[in-house]
Design a protein. Sequence first.
Length: 61
Amino acid sequence: MAARLTGALGTDYNPHLIFVNAIYGYALLPLYHLFPKIGWYYIGEMFAVFLSFTVIGYVLL
C-alpha cells in the first residue's frame, strides 16, 4: 500500500482505493502533496506500532 501511495506503481493518490481506513488516507494526502518523496504511510505505521507498544508496556507496568 505504501508503494502505491508514493506513486511507485504509477497510480494517482486515491485514499478510497488504497486505505481500508479512508480517514487515515485523507489525513496523509496533504503530507504527500507537500513532500511526495517521503513515505508517510510507513512513517505512520511505525509511529502507530511505537505508540501501541508504549501503551501496552505502560498498562503492564
